[in-house]
Design a protein around this ligand. Sequence first.
Ligand code: AFD
Ligand code: MN
Length: 388
Amino acid sequence: MSDLAAVKAALKVQRIETPSWGYGNSGTRFKVFTQPGVPRDPYEKLADAAQVHAATGVAPQVSLHIPWDRVDDYGRLAQYADGLGVRIGAINANVFQDDEYKLGSVTNADSAVRRKAVDHLLECVDVMDATGSRDLKLWFSDGTNYPGQDDVVTRQGRLSEALTEVYARLGEEQRILLEYKLFEPAFYTMDVPDWGTAYAHCLKLGHKAQVVVDTGHHAPGTNIEFIVALLLAEGRLGGFDFNSRFYADDDLMVGSADPFQLFRILHEVVKNGGFDEAAGVAFMLDQCHNIEAKIPAVIRSVMNVQEATAKALVVDLDALRAAQQAGDVLGANAVLMDAYNTDVRPLLAEVRAEQGLDPDPVAAYRATGWAERTAAERVGGTQAGWGA
Ligand code: AFD
Ligand code: MN
């Protein structure tokens, strides 16, 4: 049986990164519903993220998205974050919103467009130098909508050329996290559609290139934990973009649609050493809150990742391996289900109390009056959203 003291110790050092864009207005292609108190600049986004860390104790890092979070002085922004008790995490490039990128960015047939895109990626590495970020997260919306539109292999060559130039720019401790997505916004082919394509490019680039698994980026029914286990075994799991989906890339609160899948993913992480700091796995959220209040929704996501992690940590791995070795199908499944069916909320309440935190992070946040204060103070200016 797992050593509860070790489980609690592991839960106390867990680090979950929240997305700056999760605090701004967001929506679907049909409508973006604005909310009162939404941040108007990266400083206010960091202030909101700091509320999540204050309530949960495990969310000290915040991903930025450039140009949505562009500022004149990134060193000053990093210092401001430090003053809030948080720090800047991954830098997300954005080569999916400029008009020139309609037919692709780094895989566009027009070399001038490719140059513009690569220059942006290089600008993001400059930002990393200024903020002390380790990770450059690259997601490309590049792809085609119709058979015949462009050549798959030619586009892979353009992608490889761009990635090679950016990889050469990285510092020793910096990484490229290459994120794949099977569908959307391109409807026929995405240029980085699956883990195999991302993995192949990372192998070509070198050890500082790793794969990001966004849990909303697969065909329905995909066994994501299989991909996670294999990438971990190969030393190529750079991190996660956790979110939840019922049908598409819904970017809902983590674990809200399928907590069992989230548990299975974290079981593979724990079992395969992905939870160890040395593994360098970035546990990031990538979600948007279209109708629900943003900060409580991010807190709930962090709590759901904590609960799935706690369940994964209480799996009796010795008993599991013994049953697997013996070919005891039902016994092995029962060991795993025992852990999944364990109510870990009392354990997490103890962990939070031992950290000097309220056992109920959402209630603790609501009691701060932050929502009311920011709704009253953040008047005027332009609320942050996908365009800002
Ligand atoms: C969109 C993309 C992808 C990316 C995120 C941040 O689908 O998940 O990680 O934007 O750029 O959600
Ligand atoms: Mn993502």
